[in-house]
Design a protein around this ligand. Structure first.
Ligand SMILES: CCCCCCCCCCCC(=O)SCCNC(=O)CCNC(=O)[C@H](O)C(C)(C)COP(=O)(O)OP(=O)(O)OC[C@H]1O[C@@H](n2cnc3c(N)ncnc32)[C@H](O)[C@@H]1OP(=O)(O)O
Length: 224
């Protein structure tokens, strides 16, 4: 089964889409600022209770239709398009750094800075965050190469701790294919010193067969 990559939006509706994405991006930015303030604050218990009440009030304003679990958001393109709520690249997700990705001749490069909210050892990034960053970059590299797949194996090697609040460079590239299997490799370095690998990874992705693809992604089936 050929999995069609997401098309760019048609001109009609593109303006609405851009406005929606801009609003989602703005809310994501403010939510990340809230998360950052939350994990750094030394505010008193009274202040924390007052803020919690305020946040509960704000959350109550996000009413209306809720997206179903397998529904692909109208602001997204899947696979190969924007993922506004991805915990890695989603501008609208308070969980995401978010990573900004650009294509290269050999794969993809991502840029991001991890904050205290992504801390593992004090002052350094959580190992699970590194795995998430590399899984995403390698997965997106598979899609960019025209062979989208799901991760079935992820081998991580942690050489040095990832410094927080330091611009990072994440590389993902496809190294080979074998029928439905796609092999990929990735590295994390700082932007200042791209020749010193801090974390490296190898992964295997598999393009699901047609029946599995339809079962896993009913939203993709409707679009295709
Ligand atoms: C549409 C995409 C959108 C892609 C969208 C991308 C979004 C990016 C998101 C980031 C990445 C993720 O988080 S992905 C989420 C985390 N991953 C997952 O949840 C995947 C869970 N796994 C699965 O659902 C399943 O394993 C599938 C559907 C991926 C594959 O199942 P299957 O189709 O039954 O495959 P199966 O027959 O078992 O295996 C096919 C071939 O691969 C080999 N194989 C199986 N496992 C491994 C393995 N660990 N290492 C090496 N090789 C393996 C088998 O021996 C066989 O080789 P041979 O006999 O043919 O030689």
């Amino acid at each position: 089964m050929h999995i069609p990559l997401a098309e760019p939006p048609a001109a009609a509706g593109a303006e609405h889409l851009e406005q929606q994405q801009a609003a989602i991006t703005r809310l994501g930015h403010e939510l990340r600022a809230l998360v950052e303030a939350t994990v750094r604050t030394a505010a008193s218990a009274d202040t924390l209770h007052r803020v919690a009440d305020g946040v509960r009030h704000v959350t109550g304003q996000l009413t209306g239709r809720r997206r179903a679990r397998t529904e692909i958001p109208e602001v997204d393109g899947f696979p190969g398009g924007p993922r506004m709520y991805s915990p890695v690249v989603g501008a609208g997700s308070p969980l995401a750094p978010p990573v900004r990705i650009t294509p290269t001749d050999d794969g993809l490069i991502g840029h991001c800075t991890l904050g205290i909210a992504h801390e593992g050892p004090p002052g350094y990034g959580h190992g699970g965050m590194s795995a998430m960053l590399l899984d995403e970059l390698m997965g997106q590299a598979c899609t960019a190469a025209g062979t989208p797949g799901l991760t079935v194996s992820l081998q991580m090697r942690y050489h040095q701790p990832i410094p927080l609040e330091t611009p990072l460079r994440i590389v993902g590239r496809v190294t080979g294919t074998d029928k439905r299997k796609i092999f990929a490799a990735g590295t994390i370095t700082t932007q200042a010193d791209p020749s010193t690998d801090l974390v490296t990874a190898d992964a295997v992705f598999i393009t699901p067969d047609p029946d599995r693809t339809r079962a896993l992604f009913p939203g993709l089936e409707e679009e295709a």
